[in-house]
Write a protein that binds this ligand. Structure first.
Ligand code: PEP
Length: 254
């Protein structure tokens, strides 16, 4: 399986800045066959970047999308409107769940809508700090994986990607808040078991890790058995760091 490096730019960059940044990435990025690089720019830049992207080097993702295809849903953008612009969509990221209050039902509908429009959903799951403290991590992960994939058939399971993204480890500057290798190993193993129990397989589903990934810890996370890549927020906004993480992914490729 390929190793995935997904950069989530979140609400950063104007359209012009996003274009310059993509240009810089593409100029420096080798064309790797076994490392899939995906970037998720702000929605407003997707159309212009879709004309600029060198699809041999990287692919574009949306950071979100709405589950209806058309209609009176002011301010929303549907996955059907993104067809031809993106290949992937990040769904249920920590911010969508905990800043914008998206629940598992909404997230499940978004996963189905993305699949319906032939966009690969990158479903994020992860526990909060207090859920971990109360020993609820496994229950939360099982619930989020099963409800997020509620409407996904066994035939379609290999068309999704999952990110283990512990909420407490997102954009952390304190090293004590970094997820340990053991914590990520256990969570990813657990997610794979849930996939196996519910879909009979799941070994072909890429499972990524996300949470304060940077060039100094990417190698350790990427060598965890069962981890097929990383979702990178803050570090993906710094050209040298993002390129370094991609190089590390290339080196550890199995
Ligand atoms: C994210 O929220 O997608 C993320 C993983 O961010 P960061 O790398 O900044 O923790």
């Amino acid at each position: 399986m390929k190793t995935y490096v997904v950069g989530n730019w979140k609400m950063n960059f104007t359209v012009g800045e996003a274009s310059i940044y993509l240009h810089k990435i593409q100029r420096k990025l080798p064309n790797y066959r076994d490392v899939a690089v995906i970037v998720a720019p702000p929605m407003i830049a997707l159309q212009s970047l879709s004309l600029q992207v060198d699809v041999h080097k990287l692919k574009l993702a949306a950071q979100n999308g709405f589950y209806r295809d058309y209609g009176a849903y002011a301010g929303e953008t549907s996955f059907s409107q993104m067809v031809g612009l993106v290949d992937y969509a990040i769904i249920g990221s920590g911010e969508r769940r905990y800043v914008f209050g998206e629940d598992d039902k909404v997230i499940a509908r978004k996963v189905s809508a993305a699949l319906r429009n032939k966009i690969t959903p990158i479903l994020c799951v992860g526990e909060t700090e207090s859920e971990r403290a109360y020993g609820e991590t496994a229950d939360v992960l099982r619930d989020q994986v099963l409800s997020g994939l509620r409407d996904v058939s066994k035939e379609d399971i290999n068309k999704v990607m999952i990110v283990y993204e512990p909420i407490w480890a997102i954009s952390s500057e304190e090293s004590s808040k970094l997820a340990s290798i053991d914590e990520v190993t256990d969570a990813v193993k657990f997610i794979r078991n849930v996939l196996k129990e519910s879909f009979d397989e799941g070994d072909d589903v890429p499972v990524l890790y996300g949470g304060s990934v940077n060039p100094s810890n990417a190698g350790a996370y990427l060598t965890i058995p069962g981890v097929n890549g990383v979702l990178v927020g803050g570090s993906s906004l710094i050209l040298s760091e993002f390129l370094d993480i991609i190089e590390i992914a290339k080196r550890v490729q199995r």
